[in-house]
Write a protein that binds this ligand. Structure first.
Ligand code: NAD
Length: 351
């Protein structure tokens, strides 16, 4: 039974990943600081499972990191822990540097020291997988897609902090030989996403009859990937990825933000018609654009497809409909995560 130390496993993608890993017979130690974005309620189905241990702590805590590595001797460390919301990084970049840069650096140092002390077979089998974003590549015009060769050009403090962490991961491989892997993925959506990101935010506000503020002209383009497909890609890279390599992960599903919002409105019209019979789209309001808002991201995931035979299984229309259904069926989860008291309602819906 392999053991994975997962960081940030109480967040959106991390929780989906942890639930899936345990279902596949992996032992998981989940290290999470439980910021506003971390919710143990997402993992209630595995609490008490002997294959699962939750550790409340910070990836920047050196002693804790060293202790968990020596106690559990994981086969892999999968680093999801991060401050992840672009708008919050504009309000307060320091927390992003603290967790995404300094926290990742601490984790790398602890892993390097632990890995160096393993026997040859242990060193051979160990992996450090860093989960990152396509936002490190900056913004695209109407043409082209990001490949693993694209230059880094981060535009938001969030993207800059993730870019810095990606460079540190690379440097730990080149300098000390740590067996690292990096994945850079496009926008995820699906169950268990905190309702500050575009899709769950629109669903929550529409159900509450609140306005749906759309940044700028709403024509910003993002590539969308269903979270289970992202988790499958990470598992595949862990299993067969070339040490030291980077893999782009994307859904081949470019959509303008406004089109995503209107799709959600139509799905809600069919499932939860408004009391006055008006369409949910009438709630859309255009608001001042986010400063430095990237216009278009698009990912070329050809390397992952060619080398590791990964393709997304869930198309956007299917995934988004099942996501709307999940939120409608799990309103108690939504209320629970919003009641943490640390949630500040974002006004804009940008992805
Ligand atoms: P999230 O904000 O939902 O979850 C982040 C988790 O990290 C939370 O559980 C939080 O409590 C935890 N955390 C924060 N700071 C911590 C610290 N110092 N120590 C330990 N735990 C800490 O994020 P997400 O959307 O699940 O994203 C996970 C990872 O995937 C991030 O690294 C993000 O950059 C990357 N990513 C996200 C997307 C996306 O669309 N959501 C796309 C590509 C890559």
């Amino acid at each position: 039974m392999p053991t994975w130390l997962v960081t940030g496993g109480a967040g959106f993608i991390g929780a989906n990943f942890v639930l899936d890993a345990i279902a596949r017979g992996v032992r998981v130690v989940n290290l999470d600081a439980l910021t506003y974005a971390g919710n143990r309620a997402s993992l209630v189905s595995v609490e008490g499972n002997s294959a699962y241990r939750f550790v409340h702590g910070d990836i920047g805590d050196a002693a804790l990191g060293a202790q968990l590595l020596s106690e559990h001797r994981p086969d892999a460390v999968v680093n999801f822990a991060a401050e992840s919301h672009v708008d919050r990084s504009i309000d307060g970049p320091a927390a992003f540097v603290r967790t995404n840069v300094m926290g990742t650096l601490n984790l790398l140092e602890r892993c390097r020291d632990h890995w160096a002390g393993l026997d040859e077979a242990g060193r051979e089998g160990f992996r450090f997988l860093h989960v990152s974003t396509d936002e490190v590549y900056g913004s695209l015009g109407a043409e082209g897609r990001f490949s693993e060769q694209s230059n880094y050009a981060p535009n938001s403090p969030y993207a800059a902090s993730k870019a810095a962490s990606d460079h540190l991961v690379r440097a730990f491989h080149h300098t000390w030989g740590l067996p690292v892997l990096t994945t850079n993925c496009s926008n995820n959506y699906g169950p268990l996403q905190f309702p500050e990101k575009l899709i769950p935010l629109v669903i929550a506000r529409a159900l509450a009859g609140e306005s749906l503020p759309v940044y700028g002209d709403g024509r910003q383009v993002r590539d969308w990937l269903f979270v289970a497909d992202h988790c499958a890609a990470i598992r595949r890279v862990l299993e067969a990825g070339q040490v030291g390599e980077t893999y782009n992960v994307g859904g081949d599903a470019e959509r303008e933000n406004l089109a995503v919002v209107t799709t959600l409105c139509r799905l809600l019209d069919a499932r939860r018609p408004r009391a006055d019979g008006s369409a949910h789209e009438t709630l859309i309001r255009f608001v001042a654009d986010r400063p430095g808002h990237d216009r278009r991201y698009a990912i070329d995931a050809g390397k992952l497809r060619r080398e590791l035979d990964w393709v997304p299984a869930v198309g956007f229309e299917q995934g988004v409909a099942s996501t709307v259904d999940w939120y409608l069926d799990n309103q108690a989860w939504v209320r629970g995560v919003l009641e943490t008291g640390q949630h500040t309602r974002r006004i804009g819906t940008g992805a």
